[in-house]
Design a protein. Structure first.
Lengths: 164, 366
């Protein structure tokens, strides 16, 4: 058994024992170890990707929140402007209506004043006519002498009345 | 962890019990017969330390050797001969017609003798020697250690699925992942590496553990197992045969009909196939030599530094003490380098094996 001459006995035991150990370790050590290392690596990878996904989701959630807020603000603004517009238009309308009403009332008043005036004038005329007739009657009763004179006088009277 | 330690201690006591109970094995403290002062021979001492032996020499106190005598198992002419190596009296006597050869080509192996004399029977065939030698015992010890350690680690993985590794598991896991990702996956490829990873892991941890055990100077460490050419040869042969066995059509095509090579290198003289076949044989041969030489050299250097003290101490004692100031730090330094080498050689052997597997299983990409 010198330094560089291989010993048959040792090789015999080596082949026997080493292959047995390769087999036993392969079955009872490496198989479960490799399997659980792989499983752990996979679970870590899964956890990492899940975290990444959660982060993405969070980001998109924040983004959508922001968007919703913006939308809500825009909507509120739109509503407010619309309300303002409606208010303005209502006021405007009311003003217009009021004006119209006022004009109408004034017109009506004018008309009724006119009417009343006319009525009063007519009434006055009638009364004047009545008075005239009474005057005339009285005059006639007093000075119905010459016919022409009478007529002239009547004419003159009538013309005078016609002024109104 | 405590459980592992408990199991380990159980195992070690089993080893001790085995060596004690086994009928022909003894812990022996024995007077060495010769009284004459032997000249210190550094080369002989170093070689005796790194080669295999039939007994595990622990220490020598004065003139007494403390050794573990291991069983000799011989299969000769259809019969088993089992006896303790103590019968050889450190190679000084023969037993049952066998002795440890002291010179010539078979120096160190068990050969037949003529009768009960110490004369070698040169005509007789060698017995088939499957003795439990020092290195065989170290092999059994390290393999059992591997089994205990990794099965308990595997159990831990099963117990705490999807948890961070802790304790001893945390020490082992980076190495496992290193072999899987940086050796197996990169050399063999994403698709096939899983099939060969278990073998590569066993190979790596076997070499690494034995390199480390070899650095521990006390029993049951200290055996130069990965610096024994029988062991490295067996490992290299495993690599070689697995490579040939898993070789794809593409691999054999590369050997016998190398693509992208002019035809006149293949016909009429098959230069390329010859080169390829020689290459396939040289690869495991180089694996064998590299591991053997690296680990043995490390042991030789450390022992050399220590021997220096005794060589010079034999000249004059003060010189021995003087040189020890330099020798001891140097051997400590070498031991640290050896720790590095222990890892590097295990890594290189595994990496090259993985590369050969990778080239053998590669599908055509031309």
């Amino acid at each position: 058994m010198e330094l560089i001459s291989p010993g048959i006995g040792l090789m015999f035991w080596m082949v026997l024992a080493f292959s047995a150990v390769v087999f036993i370790l392969g079955k009872y050590a490496w198989k479960p170890i490799m399997a659980s290392i792989k499983e752990r690596e996979k679970s870590i990878e899964d956890a990492l990707s899940a975290a990444e996904r959660a982060k993405e989701e969070m980001k998109s959630l924040i983004f959508s929140n922001e968007k919703m807020k913006k939308e809500a603000i825009a909507e509120r603004d739109a509503l407010l402007t619309e309300a303002r517009k409606i208010r303005d238009s209502i006021i405007e309308e009311a003003r217009v209506k009021a004006k119209e009403e006022y004009v109408k009332i004034v017109e009506n008043a004018k008309e009724s004043i006119n009417y009343e005036k006319l009525a009063a004038i007519t009434d006055l005329k009638n009364q004047i006519a009545q008075l005239s007739i009474e005057i005339a009657e009285k005059i006639l009763k007093q000075e119905l002498s010459p016919e022409t004179k009478q007529q002239e006088y009547i004419k003159k009277l009538v013309e005078e009345i016609n002024i109104n | 962890m405590t459980r592992t330690i408990k199991r380990l201690s159980v195992f070690i006591s089993l080893v001790v019990a085995f060596t004690l109970v086994s009928p022909n094995i003894l812990w022996a403290v024995e007077e060495s017969g010769t009284q004459h002062e032997e000249e210190f021979n550094a080369g002989k001492m170093i070689i005796d330390h790194i080669v295999d032996a039939y007994e595990w020499h622990l220490l020598t106190i004065g003139e007494t050797h403390v050794s573990v005598y291991l069983p000799v198992i011989l299969f000769d002419e259809g019969q088993f001969h089992v006896f303790s190596s103590s019968k050889f009296h450190h190679g000084h006597s023969s037993y049952d017609g066998y002795k440890i050869e002291t010179e010539g080509f078979f120096k160190g192996s068990i050969v037949k003798t003529k009768g009960d004399s110490m004369e070698t029977d040169t005509e007789a065939s060698l017995p088939f020697d499957i003795s439990i030698t020092k290195h065989v015992l170290a092999l059994f010890f390290s393999l059992t250690l591997l089994l205990v350690v990794f099965i308990s680690v595997a159990r831990k993985y099963k117990r705490n699925p999807n948890k961070a590794p802790n304790g001893f598991q945390g020490l082992i896991e980076p190495l496992i992942i290193f072999i899987r990702d940086d050796v197996a996956k990169t050399s063999i490829g994403e698709k096939k590496y899983e099939k060969y990873t278990p073998y590569l892991l066993t190979l790596f941890f076997f070499i690494f553990l034995n390199n480390l055990l070899g650095l521990i100077p006390i029993f049951p460490g200290g055996a130069n197992l990965t610096g024994d050419i029988s062991v490295t040869m067996t490992l290299a042969l495993f690599t070689f045969f697995i490579t040939q066995f898993i070789g794809t059509k593409n691999y054999w095509a590369h050997i016998f009909n190398t693509p992208d090579v002019p035809w006149y290198l293949k016909v009429p003289i098959p230069i390329m196939p010859i080169i390829e076949i020689v290459g396939a044989v040289i690869k495991p041969f180089v694996l064998m030599i590299r591991l053997f030489a690296n680990i043995s050299a490390g042991h030789i250097i450390v022992l050399g530094f220590v021997s220096l003290i005794f060589i010079l101490g034999n000249v004059t004692a003060p010189l021995g003490f003087g040189i020890s100031v330099i020798s001891v730090p140097l051997s400590i330094f070498m031991s640290f380098i050896e720790l590095l080498v222990a890892f590097i050689q295990a890594y290189v052997f595994t990496l090259l094996t993985a590369l050969y597997f990778g080239s053998a299983t590669q599908e055509g990409h031309h």
